[in-house]
Design a protein around this ligand. Structure first.
Ligand code: FES
Ligand SMILES: [Fe+2]
Length: 454
């Protein structure tokens, strides 16, 4: 448990708050570039600040304060100009630096010194990032999935009615899958009357998740280069099928988690961006990669989508993984009161996550850069860092033609994409085609491996 004061410290994100100041040291992903293809002007709220994102006719991105300086019209109705965004009321023009460059009907139209709020924005891998902290801004980190080549990508966005830390703490909870994606999944399918249809195959998501609850000896967490890693140690003596150490998804500070190995047929960043204290923009940056030798179906841009979390009657949809996560995060309350909780052994990684967050907030308070605030450009940064676990940092293609361990995540062409948010994704047909090609490649590669012994 935490004190009430510590809970406030770790959760509040507005300007001037301890965690809000920490967040303002990072490039924050908050929109897809393809969202501006639908409409080049878009209202956004990040860290409790209301802003307008736009792309002008020259292709420049801007992120400015929501209100026109003249008579405070909401700039979400703005008109993209050649260089900047014009207010729809009297045409005042704002550049991406927030400077008012023109006031068409005023006598001294170009001679106005006031600026509106403006933050730097950058695009990487189809995602748009903002930096809202003190200048100079750090380098935009090229986390591996954003720049991974030869892959299909799509981005899912959901606005969740809870504080960001509840979502991120799920990242420090390797054991929740047993219930949230195992037993709950089973219960939901049984109530829908389609358990037999959906889950008869032993490879179905829920069976594996349920089995992860058998034979747990310990749960561990340790700090890593860019965040922390955690997992579950299983014991045969306690009923597991073997003694083993299952490492779970990688955590990248402050708000990323990565599921699936980089370069595998399905991996993703889940990113928990604070909209304000009680709302979170949950982003799934989904990447479906091909091994060398498999041609990736062509994709024109990185599309976006919003997976539904309720049906047409307002009833929660719970038969896919992300929705199951989302409902338990929101069900903890808008800002969960951690002074009233009762932690157990499965919460060991959560204790580390909170300590790390507190330490990094303290660094900012001392005037230092927090972790993952890079001052030099790098071509690619593997979020798993110097991991001792083979294959998490970078797949060794020469020896791993059959490295694809996450079975259901490489069989979307056989219906397994149905178990997660991906099923709503605009790129799903391309992903199915990719997975079909990957399977062909594996069969062919396996037959080559066997030939000399036969
Ligand atoms: S209110 Fe924006 S130009 Fe007048
Ligand atoms: Fe989960």
């Amino acid at each position: 448990m935490l004190t009430v004061e510590m809970n406030e410290r770790l959760t509040r994100v507005g300007p001037g708050t301890p965690c809000g100041e920490l967040m303002r040291r990072y490039w924050i992903p908050f929109a897809a570039a393809s969202q501006l293809d639908d409409n080049p002007v878009r209202k956004v709220r990040i860290l409790g600040e209301d802003l307008v994102l736009y792309r002008d006719k020259s292709g420049t991105l801007g992120l400015i304060g929501e209100r026109c300086l003249h008579r405070l019209v909401d700039m979400k109705y703005g008109i993209p100009d050649q260089n900047g965004l014009r207010c729809p009321y009297h045409g005042w023009l704002y550049g991406e630096d927030g400077v008012c460059r023109d006031r068409p009907m005023e006598s001294n139209r170009g001679n106005f010194t006031q600026k509106t709020k403006a933050y730097p924005v950058h695009e990487l891998g189809g995602m748009i990032f903002a930096y809202m902290g003190p200048l100079p801004a750090p380098a935009l980190p090229k986390w591996d999935l954003f720049v991974w080549p030869d892959a299909i990508k799509q981005i899912a966005f959901n606005v969740l009615d809870c504080n960001w830390l509840q979502c991120q703490e799920n990242t420090g909870d390797p054991a929740h899958s047993v219930w949230t994606h195992g037993e709950l999944f089973k219960y939901v399918l049984e109530r829908q009357g389609n358990y037999a249809d959906r889950a008869s195959d032993i490879d179905h998501t829920l069976h594996k998740r349920t089995s992860w609850g058998i034979g747990i000896k310990d749960v561990y967490a340790r700090q890593s280069q860019y965040g922390f890693e955690k997992g579950i140690i299983y014991s045969k003596a306690l009923g597991a099928n073997e003694d083993r150490d299952d490492k779970h998804s990688t955590v990248i500070f402050p708000f990323y988690t990565q599921t699936g190995k980089t370069g595998s047929p399905r991996s993703e960043y889940q990113i928990r961006v604070p909209i304000d204290d009680t709302h979170t923009l949950h982003i799934c940056y989904q990447v479906y990669a091909a091994p060398p030798g498999v041609e990736v179906p062509k994709q024109d841009n990185v599309p976006w989508y919003e997976p539904p979390t309720v049906d047409e009657n307002g009833v929660p949809i719970l038969d896919y993984v992300l929705a199951q996560d989302a409902i338990v995060w929101v069900a903890q309350g808008d800002i969960t009161d951690r002074s009233k909780e009762s932690l157990g052994r499965t919460d060991v990684p959560i204790v580390l996550l909170r300590r790390q967050l507190d330490e990094q907030i303290s660094r900012v308070e001392r005037g230092e850069d927090p972790m993952n605030c890079f001052r030099e450009e790098m071509d690619i940064i593997f979020g798993a860092g110097e991991s001792p676990y083979d294959g998490w940092a970078a797949p060794d293609w020469a020896t791993r033609s059959r490295f694809f361990s996450q079975n259901f995540r490489k069989m979307y062409h056989k219906g397994f994409g149905n178990d997660d948010a991906d099923r709503y994704g605009p790129a799903l047909d391309l992903v199915k085609e990719l997975h079909r090609r990957v399977e062909e490649f594996e069969i062919e590669a396996n037959s080559r491996v066997k030939t000399p012994a036969e």
